[in-house]
Ligand binder design. Sequence first.
Ligand code: SF4
Length: 262
Amino acid sequence: MKELRALPSPGPLPEEGGALFLWVRRGLPLTLAGAALAGAIYHGAGRGWWMLAGVGALAAAWPSFLRGEAFIRNRAAIMRQDSLWANALRPLARRLGLEDAWILSFCGYNNRRVRATFAGRRARRALILLPHCIQMARCKAGILDDLEACYDCGLCPVGDYMNAALLNRWEGRIFNRSHKAYRDAREYRPDLIVAVSCSDRLLKGLTRLPEIPSYVIPLTLPHGMCVDTDFSVPHLLAAMETLVDPRRSPGEVLPLRREGIA
Ligand code: SF4
């Protein structure tokens, strides 16, 4: 058994974004509902159609107002609708040069709702999903099969993650194919996924697994896509401490390499 390093307290979870997505997701149908109402008032002919369009627009906006138990009960359906919005407007965001900002805003909006869901009752069966590209490309340690194969050399985030995961007894998977991650997640049946990935894969994951609440943390890509990527282990630790019931026994001390939360 390795001698484990403890990690310093990560502090509170950082504030989430999401304003851009919410503004569009709620604002667009409300604007359409207002326009339909005006149409019904000023164009007597076809008033029924205007009203129908207005009701449809209000129905589209309604899920964005659901909170608490109502949100939890209808979570999968709401996530499907939200993902539809995120995917449908992605090409437009790309044309405007805002693709990453749009996806990350959707992720932030999702994270806010996940945090609200687990504010009162923490998850008891959480699963962490990490991409293989966080391992330094030239490292030969076989971490896909055995996380403890990492030598904890400090050259990539795997070492810190390994120490935190073993000390806290987290359930986690490092994967090299998205479909394997989805399959593992469905088989494990977690009540919460904490996933780290690039913005494109985070959107795909939220779209493909609407039935499982997922808190998502974006990768940073200092060397481009899929090579020597990085993420904030303290951010992951803060998410686990905030949203998930601890599995380590009380009294066990936890020391981490100190770094800011990304
Ligand atoms: S911390 Fe070092 S040994 Fe561990 S996976 Fe990264 S590069 Fe390899």
